[in-house]
Ligand binder design. Structure first.
Ligand code: AMP
Length: 396
């Protein structure tokens, strides 16, 4: 893996693709700057070498048209704050101004180009557009893990114009190393915890992970499809009727590959999908007709705890209950605690993809796990075993 640490950028202008697609408030202030913080080490490395940085990113979905709402001008103060450095802003990523400003950039300076998605050519992966951007710089760095699963002009296509001077940023390197640590060289026993709502969205991940893991915990809404397939009564719980056969096939495949599957054994149930619903706790194979499973019960938490603390490598994707509702968040909290305990015992844990990341941030577990991925879709596609276009473009 060729990263920015393998090169000295002295006197070089470096185009750095970042993912500053940050959440904003109604008055367009940045509400979470973690994506900016995440790329600071890469930017610092280039500046400390004596190079200059041209930042490019997208923000939101402006659909090929410039707009105030999606202008990167609004986030410049927060970028300056996080980087602790002045940032020049160019109000277009192409055109005369961009050419002049990139041309005049001096060592030690940072320039931010306006939203790439103000041009349709970005998402179309247009080669000419990529070539125009490429002309600004001597080197190209991709540190935008969050968009690495897209074959866009600035995330993949542009790399061909830097055959010898294209590099992974340090965030990309960290993400890719974390994935490899689970899928390729994880210390055994390796455990994957898959929760969330639907089997259908996780099926490729499960299949891809089977050869890599020793244990698989299946929790959350998708567990009920497995329980029903095994003959359980699940009441009104979430189920994908057309995936019952598939669920049985997965269990068979797991068995054939010596993967031990752990399903919940009990469930916190509710009489309606609401935080204020009446609650009870029952055997997961025996949920009354008008009730639905909302969270892992006490026995399941204990079962999962024992598997987790005996694992050395843990991947976690998806909550195991409706954690958005306080009365049904206890199972996911207990799971987070068990993972934290495993970390103290020396395990490695990667939290990746969507709602488990939201959970970890909201409930303060970020520092209690080994690595929290910054890329939802990119992480899911990696776990599915796909080679990300943004990664391939640098490796080729
Ligand atoms: P996903 O995006 O597939 O990872 O699913 C995340 C969602 O799964 C969260 O919004 C949870 O509320 C939901 N979820 C977890 N457990 C259950 C459950 N038992 N019933 C319904 N939804 C659930």
């Amino acid at each position: 893996m060729k990263t920015v640490n393998d090169y000295n950028f002295k006197d070089k202008k470096v185009l750095v693709r970042v993912d500053f697609n940050v959440p904003q408030s109604a008055d367009l202030k940045v509400t979470d700057n973690s994506r900016i913080q995440a790329v600071k080490p890469t930017i610092d490395k280039i500046l400390n070498d004596g190079g200059s940085v041209i930042l490019m990113t997208h923000l939101g979905r402006p659909k090929g048209k410039p707009s105030e709402e999606f202008s990167l001008k609004n986030i410049v103060p927060e970028i300056e704050h996080v980087l602790g450095h002045h940032v020049e802003f160019c109000s277009d990523c192409l055109g005369e101004d961009a050419q002049n400003m990139t041309g005049a950039l001096k060592n030690g300076e940072i320039l931010l180009l306006e939203n790439l998605r103000f041009y349709n050519e970005e998402e179309e992966g247009n080669v000419e557009f990529a070539h125009k951007l490429a002309k600004y710089a001597d080197a190209y760095v991709n540190d935008a893990f969050g968009t690495a699963h897209r074959e866009h002009a600035s995330t993949a296509v542009i790399a061909q114009f830097f055959p010898k001077t294209k590099f992974f940023g340090l965030l990309m390197a960290k993400e890719l190393t974390a994935i490899d640590k689970v899928l390729k060289n994880g210390e055994k026993p390796v455990l994957a915890i898959l929760g969330g709502s639907k089997v259908s969205t996780k099926i490729t991940i499960i299949e891809n992970m089977l050869p890599a893991v020793d244990h698989l915990i299946i929790g959350g809404g998708m567990a009920f499809t497995f329980v029903k397939a095994l003959g359980g009564s699940i009441g009104k719980s979430l189920v994908e009727e057309d995936k019952l056969g598939l669920a049985l096939q997965i269990l068979e495949k797991a068995k054939a590959q010596n993967v031990k599957v752990h399903l919940p054994v009990d469930s916190v149930i509710a009489d309606e999908f609401s935080n204020d619903a009446d609650r009870s706790e029952v055997d997961i194979f025996d949920i009354p007709e008008e009730w639905m499973g909302m969270d892992a019960g006490e026995k399941s938490r204990k079962l999962f705890h024992d598997v987790i603390i005996n694992s050395r490598t843990i991947l976690w994707n998806g909550p195991i209950g409706v954690f958005e509702m306080p009365h049904f968040s206890e199972g996911t909290i207990s799971l987070g605690d068990s993972i934290a305990e495993a970390i103290e015992l020396g395990a490695f844990s990667l939290v990746g993809g969507g709602d488990s990341v939201a959970f970890v941030k909201q409930f303060g577990y970020e520092d209690k796990v080994s690595y929290v991925s910054t890329g939802g879709g990119a992480m899911l596609e990696s776990l599915e075993g796909k080679e990300l276009p943004g990664v391939k473009a640098i490796n080729d």
